[in-house]
Design a protein around this ligand. Structure first.
Ligand code: NAP
Length: 308
């Protein structure tokens, strides 16, 4: 029986790492499976996380590393691999891995977060890596003294534009409405920058170039006027979507693909839990993902002890 875990945590972002801390403290025989061997999830590419209590201004990468160190300090175990399928065999869940191996466990916490949403416009795929990027903190430095565009109006788009404005000669922000979704403190900071031009009520139509990006065609939704901006880079920040297609036959998903689970992190399948950005929830933040990790392990313990 020694090859059957009490708990397998899939994903090592804030939800998975928080769950690992709680699982170690609960003395559950646990393993964390991560795809790349780099912990932190989305915050790895966040310049600054300014709203995690007690850590003002901490870099996303540093916060991810601190969370991983905490798990290691408690002797938590990690493995690198990709789960392709989970089979519910009742008391035992079997995980199929991309390398052909299988892992057996009594419970699973799916904490795989979400990926960058794509726009689906011409040129997006062609120029990805050649001027089109989904991560300003990763790729911004390539555009020093150049002109870039950021698409989106949420926290990420506005933070990205502020970051790029420090490096670039000019930054265009293209947003489909007439106000930002981002926090007001961020929006005000962006709107005060002289080298930033916001194109309100506008949508991107196509990214053009030869070898690399040279232009972005946008349309004003109200006037229907089209314009091609001369840009060297396009940063797409239009939100995230969960990578849950592989679990659609296992657990209930909402119409946008998030795993249906409440604050207890229980899915419709006993023994399978969902924590962090991958589940249906009001607010997807580091602090709420970390809270999910704790709640999920509490639910795991109740399931292991009481059957539900
Ligand atoms: P988000 O808040 O969902 O914002 C996505 C933005 O992209 C919205 O402005 C949306 O427009 C726009 N958009 C979506 N689809 C589009 C399309 N097809 N074409 C054009 N525009 C489109 O996503 P996010 O900015 O990636 O943030 C994700 C989560 O992380 C949020 O909960 C955010 O608060 C959180 N976050 C927090 C911090 C922080 O607190 N420091 C930092 C980063 C992220 P509409 O506004 O019209 O819907």
């Amino acid at each position: 029986m020694s090859n059957i875990y009490d708990l397998v945590i899939i994903g090592s972002g804030p939800a998975g790492l928080s769950a690992a801390v709680y699982a170690q403290r609960a003395c559950l025989n646990t393993i964390v499976i991560e795809k790349t061997g780099m912990s932190g999830g989305q915050i790895l590419t966040t310049t600054e996380v300014d709203n995690y209590p007690g850590m003002p201004g901490i870099g996303g990468f540093d916060l991810g590393m601190k969370m991983r160190e905490h798990v290691e300090y408690l002797n938590g175990q990690f493995m690198t691999g990709e789960v392709t399928k989970i089979t519910d065999q009742g008391e035992i869940k079997e995980l199929s891995m991309a390398d052909g191996s299988t892992i057996r466990t009594r419970t699973v916490i799916i904490a795989t977060g979400a990926n960058h949403r794509k726009l689906g416009i011409p040129g997006e795929d062609t120029f990805t890596g050649a001027g089109v990027s989904y991560c300003a903190t990763c790729d911004g430095a390539f555009f020093r003294n150049k002109t870039t565009a950021v698409i989106g109006g949420g926290d990420v788009a506005v933070e990205d534009a502020i970051f790029l404005a420090r490096l670039c000669q000019k930054v265009h922000v293209i947003h489909r409405r007439d106000s930002f979704r981002a926090a007001k403190v961020l929006s005000d900071r962006l709107l005060a920058l002289e080298n930033v031009q916001v194109h309100w009520d506008s949508v991107p139509l196509a990214i053009t170039g030869e070898g690399s990006v040279t232009g972005l065609t946008i349309q004003n939704k109200l006037t229907k006027e089209e314009e091609t901006l001369k840009v060297d880079g396009v940063f797409i920040a239009v939100g995230m979507e969960p990578d849950t297609a592989r679990y659609k036959d296992l657990v209930d998903l909402d119409p946008t693909g998030y795993i249906i689970a409440d604050e207890t992190c229980r899915t419709n399948v006993p023994g399978i839990f969902a924590a962090g950005d991958v589940r249906t929830k009001q607010l997807r933040q580091v602090v709420s993902a970390a809270a999910d990790g704790a709640n999920a392990v509490y639910s795991v313990q109740r399931y292991l002890e009481e059957g539900r």
